[in-house]
Design a protein around this ligand. Structure first.
Ligand code: NAD
Length: 255
């Protein structure tokens, strides 16, 4: 199959990002796989899986908090794969703690990755796409708690509201270049991040069951549930959709 273009996924080493990378490769994209240096072996494994699907792939060690690292990530993508057509700013971190226990450093850590990191990925991906002159797709990671706040996640929730505001503003500005900008807003998805939230709350089994009970569809979500939405948002079929943060939450919260 001819390539549909090049997609760059941050936080591709595990969880939702890994599922998105595999789905976009199956759809026909070549993949730039980015994550922290600590995840390089996971990226190597994923690269082998993607090249096994007949697609090109490159791995990039990055830290999305750093402007110079994000610029280098975009440059390496173009150098190794020739272009950038789909940017998936997926990388994120979570800290589970009450408002009363949240220190300024916790707030700043969360905003440095979830808000600043997403901003940098949007900005430098958009610059590359504008330079190429044939549009593109930018997709970010918000959350159900980017739509409705939650106890024990005040700074994380605020950082995911920031992703929605950024997504709407970028969509308004970049439409004239043929670039759409959307986000996914997952509920409780079965990844390491969710396990760490439930561990911090105290009882993994009890909180996992509560998350299942809170979703009318009666299960946790998976990375593949998010990946199928990203597949659509990356495709030509989504060309009249921009500025949206689309829920993938099993019915836990209705917009
Ligand atoms: P995860 O913790 O399993 O994976 C996150 C990945 O991001 C890891 O590979 C990690 O190394 C990478 N990462 C973290 N900081 C980084 C940085 N500074 N630079 C580059 N990479 C970095 O998380 P996940 O569950 O797969 O979540 C993916 C995204 O979806 C996150 O933005 C998260 O906030 C969001 N989300 C997850 C859930 C959920 O229930 N799992 C729900 C809503 C939103």
């Amino acid at each position: 199959m001819a390539s549909l273009g090049v997609a760059l996924v941050t936080g591709a080493g595990q969880g939702i990002g890994r599922a998105i990378a595999l789905r976009l490769a199956a759809d026909g994209y070549d993949l730039a796989l980015a994550d922290l240096a600590s995840h390089s072996s996971q990226l190597d494994t994923l690269k082998a899986q993607i090249t096994g699907l007949g697609r090109r792939a490159t791995t990039i060690s990055t830290d999305v908090q750093s402007e110079s690292a994000v610029v280098a990530m975009i440059n390496q993508t173009v150098q190794d794969l020739g272009t950038l057509d789909v940017m998936v700013a997926n990388a994120g971190i979570c800290k589970t703690m009450s408002l009363l226990d949240t220190n300024l450093s916790d707030w700043e850590d969360l905003f440095a990755v979830n808000a600043r990191g997403t901003f940098l990925c949007y900005k430098y991906a958009a610059k590359q796409m504008v330079l190429q002159g044939r549009g593109g797709r930018i997709i970010g990671a918000s959350s159900v708690v980017g739509k409705q706040g939650s106890a024990m996640l005040p700074a994380y929730s605020a950082s995911k509201f920031a992703v929605r505001g950024l997504t709407q503003s970028a969509a308004a500005e970049l439409a004239r270049y043929g670039i759409t900008v959307n986000a996914y807003a997952p509920g409780a998805m079965d990844t390491d991040m969710l396990t760490s939230i439930h561990q911090a709350l105290g009882d993994v089994n009890a909180y996992t069951q509560r998350a299942i009970d809170n979703a009318p569809l009666g299960r946790l979500g998976t990375g593949e549930d998010v990946a199928s939405l990203v597949s659509f948002l990356a495709s030509k079929d989504s060309s009249y959709i921009t500025g949206q943060s689309i829920s993938v939450n099993g019915g836990r919260f209705f917009d």
